[in-house]
Ligand binder design. Structure first.
Ligand SMILES: Nc1ncnc2c1ncn2[C@@H]1O[C@H](COP(=O)(O)OP(=O)(O)O)[C@@H](O)[C@H]1O
Ligand SMILES: [Mg+2]
Length: 565
């Protein structure tokens, strides 16, 4: 733990400087007024006692008297009361703003997290993203992000409480120095207990964050595997696992709240402390009654503050792990939210893979690959499954960086260009289908300023042998369910492939695009691909019909290029 959440807060504060400065000021002023309000009650009490025991030599008295002196006001019970009223009102006004602004920390924290995560996922190189499953992503976005926001909020409440406790002790020291010693030890005991208990909360918080991850992962998995779980009669097992997760979550949450709630026992302790303080201050320090009253008054204000301090600290500890999960993710790299570089377009004419090797962690997948690609040529890549074909495609598309060697891309003037500036097409092994209309699906990835006519879209459907199928339905307006649930495997592949035919792409990478498609349709698709001009086409395939359609066949074997024909 240590100062990890101080680190989080600092970063957040830097991002929201003005907000942070304003809140700190408000918190400080609010604490100041809240405490001075009490300081002014004491002289009033002294006045009421009339011949009382006014000890004008007392520090607090000299301060207040000199204050009256500077503003040229006679110090009597009325002016003191009015001043007190002004202070109470000022406190209320300032605290109103403090409360409004502090509430905003929650959504502000969430906004900060969302933007950072989104930037990270969209701009990061693929590798780091891969270590998180989709369901963890959902978790991170929803739960942890909200905990992160919550954490900032609580952090500020805690700051406010600490400032208040410090100011209280200052005022106390002005009233009676010996009492200050008593109060300070009292505060220290509570802070000590809080920190001790907080350690348990930290541990439980860690458990909670992990169990929550697991639960979300399990739910996503269950939904994805609904059909297959039923076939394998796996429902009961899934159900029991989920019950076990929830029980665990309940137990850990109970732990956190048990620790936070222990503070209720403070009241017993408090009572003993009050009584003994009363006796000590009256008998040994011979404090006047007015000072004892104000002292008790102070103490009564201090106790709820200490209680809340305990509560907030333990809650923060419980949420810390969630926030840290996010922080670790955001911290891995520092990205600016500048996506504009992708708007620059270069034409790709040549591509050289030079001595490229690639490994996942310690697992060598590709070794010393050297290949040249030229436009208007169709390359087929074959090889046993697991031989690294899809990985090579990812490298070519710039989704991964090679562990060794490099891939060079050249434009028509033979200048080196960045792969992100090239119009490229990709069809992954699992075709990506949008939940929307056929039209939405065709236009995915072509979100530039061009507009597409109905006939372009229908032509594209015809080239993948899908036009007649959708005509029976609502044509381009046919709704496609999530993941293409209302399509067959081959129809999904064909729909994803149809996107290729609505505009020109310099680089086309197709990963087993025909694996679920019948021979008749493959023939039609092959013809359509043959008619594409001036593109580098790379087909990863096991299909002999597709290979026959290619100009060059590359075989991967044992992580190397085995043969090129
Ligand atoms: N994200 C990943 N993390 C770790 N290993 C991976 C990852 N993706 C693929 N691999 C491994 O890399 C090897 C090549 O995978 P892949 O390129 O998908 O093969 P192919 O497409 O030829 O079937 C396989 O052994 C696979 O286990
Ligand atoms: Mg593959």
């Amino acid at each position: 733990m240590k100062s990890e959440y101080l680190l989080i807060s600092r970063e957040f504060a830097i991002q929201n400087k003005r907000y942070f400065a304003f809140l700190t000021l408000m918190s400080f002023l609010s604490s100041f007024f809240s405490v001075s309000m009490i300081a002014f009650v004491l002289p009033v009490l002294n006045f009421i006692e009339v011949n009382g025991d006014i000890d004008t030599a007392k520090t607090y008295w000299t301060i207040i008297a000199s204050f009256f002196n500077t503003i040229n006001l006679e110090m009597n019970v009325y002016t003191l009361a009015i001043l007190n009223l002004v202070i109470v009102f000022s406190f209320q006004v300032i605290d109103y703003f403090r409360l409004i602004y502090i509430q905003n920390l929650y959504p502000l924290g969430m906004k900060y997290v969302r933007q950072n995560l989104m930037t990270k996922y969209l701009l990061d190189d693929f590798l780091n993203i891969n270590s998180y499953s989709k369901s963890s992503l959902v978790t991170l976005y929803s739960m942890h992000a909200s905990e992160y926001g919550n954490l900032f909020y609580r952090m500020f409440v805690l700051l406010f409480l600490i400032v208040q406790i410090l100011l209280f002790t200052v005022v106390l020291s002005l009233i009676n120095f010996s009492l200050l010693f008593l109060i300070t030890s009292y505060i220290l005991i509570i802070v000590f207990v809080t920190l001790k208990r907080g350690k348990y909360a930290l541990k439980s918080g860690k458990e909670i964050a992990n169990i929550n991850d697991q639960i979300l992962q399990r739910v996503t998995e269950t939904i994805n595997a609904l059909k297959i779980s039923k076939v394998f009669n796996y429902e009961k097992t899934l159900f029991n696992k989920s019950v076990k997760d929830s029980d665990l979550l309940l137990r850990e949450s109970m732990n956190v709240h048990k620790n936070a709630s222990l503070i209720t026992f403070i009241d017993t302790f408090n009572f003993i402390f009050l009584m003994s303080t009363l006796i000590i201050s009256y008998k040994y320090f011979q404090l006047p009654l007015s000072e004892i009253v104000i002292f008790l008054f102070l103490l009564f204000r201090l106790v709820p503050i200490l209680k809340q301090f305990n509560f907030e600290k333990i809650e923060i500890n419980a949420k810390l792990e969630s926030a840290l999960k996010i922080k670790r993710l955001v911290d891995e790299n520092d990205y600016s939210t500048n996506f504009d570089y992708r708007d620059k377009i270069n034409s790709l004419v040549k591509m050289n893979i030079k001595n490229v090797s690639f490994k996942y962690q310690n697992h060598n997948v590709l070794t010393d690959i050297t290949l040249q690609f030229e436009p208007s040529k169709h390359y087929a890549i074959k090889g046993r499954s697991g031989s690294g074909k899809s990985t090579l495609a990812d490298l070519i598309l710039g989704l991964y960086k090679p562990s060794k060697g490099n891939i060079e891309y050249y434009d028509d003037k033979n200048k080196l260009i960045d792969i992100s500036s090239v119009y490229k097409f990709y069809m992954s092994q699992e075709p990506f289908i949008l939940n929307g209309t056929v039209r939405d699906n065709l236009l995915f990835g072509s979100n530039d300023d061009l507009t597409y006519t109905e006939s372009t879209l229908n032509d594209a459907l015809r080239k993948v042998d899908l036009e007649s199928f959708f005509i029976q339905l609502q044509g381009l307006d046919t709704i496609i369910d999530e993941n293409g649930a209302n399509l067959s495997g081959g129809q999904k592949q064909r729909l994803a492939l149809a996107r290729l035919f609505i505009r020109h792409y310099d680089l086309i990478v197709l990963d087993e695009h025909t694996s679920a498609i019948d021979e008749v349709s493959i023939k039609i698709i092959n013809e359509a691909i043959k008619s594409i001009r001036k593109s580098i086409i790379i087909s990863i395939t096991h299909d002999s019909a597709v290979m026959e359609n290619a100009d060059v066949i590359i075989e991967l074997k044992n992580s190397r290029v085995n043969r090129k024909v």
